[in-house]
Design a protein. Structure first.
Length: 143
């Protein structure tokens, strides 16, 4: 049985954790540690076009911010799945554990599952509702 009193806070916790993870993975790892040129070079070494690196960095930054704020949470969670499935593909040959050399596939698969759960749960508590995105705050209950 789902506790409807705490479920919105569970969705909030997952949403913020995923958002922070995407921001950390894009800004810190891809931009500051590997650098944008280094990330582009890595993508190209996989046979991917350079634009895929830029799109991935953008998707992770924009998606991370949107998740933290709770803007279009379901849509953003689903839109980030290709990034996570791409990461799974990149790490699939390295074994299961992400601590393996080159990183394994367990972490991106877990994050993909978490993104699916977030898409199913929705915004949760304290989400920004923007009218121009078709999000409306629920009308107050009157008795």
């Amino acid at each position: 049985m789902i506790d409807t009193r705490t479920a919105p806070y569970a969705a909030l916790t997952l949403r913020v954790a995923l958002g922070v993870m995407f921001l950390a993975h894009s800004l810190y790892l891809k931009v500051f540690v590997f650098t944008v040129p280094g990330t582009v070079g890595f993508f190209e070494s996989l046979g991917l076009p350079a634009i895929a690196a830029y799109l991935t960095i953008f998707a992770e930054i924009a998606g991370g911010i949107a998740l933290i704020l709770g803007i279009q949470t379901r849509l953003v969670s689903v839109a980030l799945l290709p990034v996570l499935l791409g990461a799974t593909w990149v790490h699939a040959g390295n074994g299961w554990l992400f601590s393996a050399e080159g990183g394994g596939w367990e972490y991106p698969v877990f994050l993909a599952a978490a993104a699916v759960v977030q898409a199913l749960l929705g915004d949760g508590a304290h989400a920004v509702k923007l009218p121009f995105f078709g999000q409306q705050k629920p009308a107050p209950q009157t008795s």
